[in-house]
Design a binder for this molecule. Structure first.
Ligand code: 4NP
Length: 166
């Protein structure tokens, strides 16, 4: 999908129903509050196809809602090679998804944005470089995703404000 804002960010996980929708919702919320919705375009996608068209996992939505983020309008989609041309930043939630993204990009001539690990680039240091998959765990896993994503989203926004928007 083409986007028209000057800057664009794509968050990527496996299913696009837990981690990347959380990052999408949290970062878009911060972008809106900063008055930058016309400047920074935000989306998310999954490397897998199983949940395409689905809303985020109810546990993801519930944990996010407790912190004031509404993820319910999001629908999962699978990442496509065109995303590397469309997005300035492609941010993976873990190493496995980063490897999938690198392979997809390599199969299509290594064009466009270089995918990075979201937490390696913008997470708290010292700290984890992967957002753990909460899908098969308990409710505290979804809260932990939010903790990691909130810090990295704040850092990402201030990085973009300093380096691209000043
Ligand atoms: P996500 O979590 O990658 O953070 O959206 C998962 C969602 C679904 C599955 C695995 C991880 N699954 O196996 O269906």
């Amino acid at each position: 999908m083409a986007n028209h804002q000057p800057l664009s960010v794509l968050f990527v996980c496996l299913g696009n129903i837990c981690r990347s929708p959380t990052a999408h919702g949290v970062f878009a919320h911060m972008v809106n509050r900063a008055g930058l919705a016309d400047v920074i375009h935000v989306e998310s996608a999954g490397t897998g196809w199983w949940h395409v068209g689905s809303a985020p996992d109810p546990r993801t939505c519930a944990a996010a809602a407790l912190r004031g983020y509404d993820l319910t309008a999001q629908r999962a989609r699978q990442v496509s090679v065109d995303d590397f041309d469309t997005f300035d930043l492609v941010l993976a939630m873990d190493r496995k998804n980063l490897a999938e993204l690198r392979q997809l990009r390599a199969r299509h001539g290594n064009r466009g944005a270089l995918p990075e690990l979201f937490l390696e680039a913008f997470g708290e240091r010292p700290g984890p470089v992967e957002v753990p998959d909460p899908y098969y765990g308990g409710d505290d896993g979804f809260d932990h995703v939010l903790d990691l994503v909130e810090v990295a989203s704040r850092n990402l926004l201030s990085h973009l404000q300093k380096t691209r928007l000043s």
